[in-house]
Design a protein around this ligand. Structure first.
Ligand code: MEV
Length: 436
């Protein structure tokens, strides 16, 4: 391990046991946060309502999510502190704990498979499919050049529209009409590229209509970006064979059964979405891409796979994780800017790799728990805090109520909001009695 990595390990050790101020201090020492960023977070984050007014309509305020950091991640040999914005208890803890396990006896690697995003131009009912197809393909270079005129800035940065294809789709309406769909392939460089590809497609609409005499209906990007996939691989050496086998079997379950695959992929997206939100990226686009890619064989399957190879457990995730480090709200939303700076990624490709790695690690944490002790106990322990808060416990009441809830959990294996309310009531009654 390098000196830098050693220092990182030292400063991150015991992070979950620190109080808030100590956490800020460690992150300052690591350079993950600046003093002004700490101040911004201490002040409660974004306050400027004008920003919200610029972003959405009918604004009445902000919806705030807790943001934490996942620790122990080393991806492609580089250490990361990963911001995650999410309301669900135990996601950040599970990611950090699982990354620690992998850090101590394995590694995480990622790579990108492809660069181009996809735009679609629809001719709903082609009057003459073959003739229109020929005309579009004959004018292909001209159409690509026209599209690149619209995204000149992107072309100057080394990206732009690269290719175009014509697809024939069955309308599935019992008619003989054919749907013609043009696919535009574009390298968006560091942007997620939705606006760029939408502009390029819309700009081509009049020209396509002129060339073919057909009527264009939709012009829009596709979120099923199977031309720009990200792969993450996790290896864990010398794994306990029973544990390795349990995780392999859990994975097989999610490959063969859509009911299990849905929950498995939800667990993967627990990690993926939390990082995307913290970095101001469009998590709905990635969700749509992940789910549609999971159905590519005609059946909804897991987007991860775990196999025991000798004494090494190997996990793989491949998915369209299309993200940007520029554009969207990445430069407008101060918390997203902070999240991206903290991650210290130098490209959208690197960001996609981190997101994929967190998804795969999150999945490993869930499968490890599910194939051994289950998730209820861990969830419930952390859930005790939420229940105590929901029951109305004040700052001084929180800890005693939590402790009583955890004791109850140890006895009966389940705790509810009613339990929390009863415990809080008992606590208040006892306190009043002692005060009389
Ligand atoms: C809960 O948010 C996520 C899990 O259900 C994922 C899984 O079942 O793999 C634990």
């Amino acid at each position: 391990m390098s000196d830098q990595s050693n220092m990182f390990t030292q400063l991150m050790s015991g992070f979950s046991k620190l109080n808030l101020n100590e956490r800020y201090q460690r992150l300052l020492e690591l350079g993950a946060l600046t003093k002004s960023e700490v101040q911004f977070l201490k002040n409660g984050g974004i306050k400027d309502i004008d920003l919200a007014e610029h972003l959405v309509e009918n604004v009445i305020g902000y919806f705030q999510l807790p943001m934490g950091v996942a620790t122990n991640f080393n991806i492609n040999g580089k250490d990361y502190i990963i911001p995650m914005a999410v309301e669900e208890t135990s996601i950040i803890a599970a990611a950090s704990k699982t990354a620690k396990w992998v850090r101590s006896q394995g590694k995480i690697t990622t790579r990108s498979l492809g660069k181009n995003i996809i735009g679609q131009i629809q001719i709903a009912k082609a009057k003459n499919f073959e003739a229109s197809k020929d005309l579009i393909l004959k004018n292909k270079e001209h159409l690509i050049a026209m599209a690149n005129q619209v995204v000149k800035g992107l072309v100057a940065r080394g990206g732009g529209v690269r290719d175009l294809e014509v697809r024939e789709l069955d309308r599935e309406d019992g008619s003989d009409d054919k749907m013609l769909v043009i696919h535009i392939y574009c390298d968006p460089c560091e942007a997620m590229g939705a606006n760029l590809i939408n502009q390029a497609c819309e700009a081509l609409k009049p020209q396509v209509e002129r060339i073919t005499g057909e009527t264009v209906n939709l012009c829009i990007l596709s979120n099923l970006v199977d031309t720009k996939l990200t792969e993450a691989i996790v290896e864990i050496h010398n794994i306990d064979p029973a544990l390795g086998k349990g995780i392999e079997e859990a994975s097989r379950f999610a490959i063969v059964d859509p009911y299990r695959a849905a929950t498995n992929n939800k667990g993967v997206l627990n990690g993926i979405d939390a990082v995307l939100i913290a970095c101001g990226n469009d998590w709905r686009a990635v969700e749509a891409g992940v789910h549609s890619y999971a159905t590519r064989s005609g059946k909804y399957r897991s987007i991860t796979e775990w196999k025991l190879e000798g004494t090494t457990l190997v996990g793989r995730l491949v998915a369209p994780i299309v993200v940007g480090t520029v554009g969207g709200v990445t430069k407008i939303h101060p918390t997203a800017q902070l999240g991206l700076r903290m991650l210290a990624v130098t490209s959208a490709e690197e960001l996609a790799g981190v997101v994929a790695a967190v998804g795969l690690i999150q999945n490993l944490g869930a499968l490890k728990a599910l194939s051994t002790v289950g998730v209820v106990e861990g969830h419930m322990k952390l859930h005790a805090t939420n229940l105590a808060l929901a029951a109305g416990a004040g700052p001084e009441e929180l800890l005693p109520v939590q402790i009583d809830l955890q004791n109850l959990l140890a006895r009966v294996k389940r705790i509810t909001l009613d339990d929390a309310k009863q415990i809080l009531l008992n606590y208040r009654n006892n306190r009043n009695e002692t005060q009389i």
